[in-house]
Design a protein around this ligand. Sequence first.
Ligand code: WT7
Length: 663
Amino acid sequence: MTNDDSTAPTTGDALANLSREERHFDPPEELAAHANVKADAYHEAASDRLGFWARQAERISWAEPFTDVLDWSKAPFAKWFVGGRLNAAYNCVDRHVEAGRGDKVAYHWVGEPGDTRTLTYSDLKDEVCKTANALSELGVKTGDVVAIYMPMIPETVVAMLACARLGAPHTVVFGGFSADALSGRIQDCDARFVITADGGYRRGAASALKPAVDEALRSCPDVRSVLVVRRTGQDDIAWTDNRDVWWHEIVDRQSADHTPEAFDAEHPLYVMYTSGSTGKPKGILHTTGGYLVGTAYTHWAIFDLKPETDIYWCAADIGWVTGHSYIVYGPLANGTTSLMYEGTPDTPHKGRWWEIAQDYKATILYTAPTAIRTFMKWGAQIPSEWDLSSLRLLGSVGEPINPEAYIWYRKEIGGDRCPVADTWWQTETGMIMISPLPGVTSGKPGSAMKAIPGVEAQVVDDAGEPVKPGSGGYLVLTDPWPAMLRTLWGDDERYRETYWSRFPGRYFAGDGAKLDEDGDIWLLGRVDDVMNVSGHRLSTTEIESALVSHRKVAEAAVVGAADPTSGQAVAAFVILRESAGDGGQDVVNELRDHVAKEIGAIAKPKSIMVVPELPKTRSGKIMRRLLRDVAENREFGDATTLADSSVMDLIKANLSQGKGDED
Ligand code: WT7
């Protein structure tokens, strides 16, 4: 670990006051009897891991078969399905049409204002082909990176698949990120093309995207074309001739024929940026063959997917990895019918999700603990007004799900009949790694249970020795897996250093974990300087640099403080420059807006405390543990290693004068 002051994983026992029956939920009999995956899968995979993955690779159509399952000779740089050739878009779309399933619905899409669209696999194929032809006309070639900055509309999926079809890696930037965050990502991966929309609908209003692209591109002179979907019809949209092109003007007139080219299994599919423990976001590179195999298998196994009958809904945003793996690539590779919703869950009313689930008879729902806790706050009365009896399976992802939220989700949404799969994974892993199997594993509220078949995980101590049941340590993955990241875009050394150096030969996930007496895994949160806010990673350093880039700030420290809804909330401590005066609410608001502008609203500190000093060790490291104590309103812990032990008293005195802020 880089931080000598990180907190060791702790193990609150929130289950203590539950009865024994409440601690275990056996798989429903009916589901278990017909489950896609039975208990023997663990043994089958463990006895011949590569053979197991070779069999899973049969889920995918290969234009050229692979000769080796894995080449790990240049570890930690993996090659999966060596020599195989395939086209990801063909696998997601064309082959289902060729197999006579063209009329099957790929997406039931619901816009926030209430408009709806239905896309069959044939519709999707036509749209993807036309868009691939349009991108070619704009000059996109195999290997060019295309940035996508879009709302949750079908064209976002189409854009991704059109890029994949051409072998042009996409980098989707979440629509909530700011212009600065967008330009940083475009520059880092040298994208020459951008696909966006005028805007999307959020909270009952049109929310513009194009202005952020215009602003971002002022510092990205190499971008040649911007393809713009008209979604909201906002009429004050700025236009740069020779660069901006309306989607409907160029895509609609294209031919719906396009011959997909087969690419090497290791051809880059996409780059997804995520926060690391330094300020600079990391470009996680995923490639084609292994990623498709990994997402297709896990989607089928963990959600027990029955493509003929399931109506599957992953309620994440496509701008995050969950959307890539479990709205787009995994579900489409499996020929799934999915639901997709554009807007926020409280628009126009707080039952919107349940109304959609009822109307479309959703059978599987995959969402995040932060959403579940929000629904809990709104009350069980709201979902109870809708018929959710079609649901048969629930999933959770993004952060540890607290037992109370798990039990509420299971009972109030799942009617006590649906198993809950708590799925642990990361942008880097590309696919779910640790999760119960719904037809096999008993669920324990709060535990992600075991590594899935074909995946090997351990919990180890500081020296890298596996811990015994009942103890805590660090989560590592001991063997490569097909959907693993291949490197960090343009930075092999940082890849090796970040993931493979802490425990040589093993992948260090950055999460603390505990093994319970049965050997099941409980995730305990990040052990580095990374926070998890509403299921998304934010780096403390990144927010600190945003704060100190403001002219009024001399120094800043950021910690993740426990928050009942978002898991963690961003708590900032700042020392102001003398010229800034003594703080007050105006400065605090100004700084919060400044962070939103630099990174995006998701990074906006929930609280900013103006302090006279920051607690530091003799070597100058900020003792975040103490700041976390302050932010979480606790007596602060051992402060004896502070260079100046009076600092904490100063901070306390300052806070009691009411200079902290929380809204
Ligand atoms: C980090 C990865 C994978 C898509 C969403 C987030 C935390 C994720 C769980 C879970 C406990 C979880 C970890 C992980 N995390 N799922 N089920 N239980 N923690 O992707 O932004 O790459 O974040 O999210 O801390 O390292 P991400």
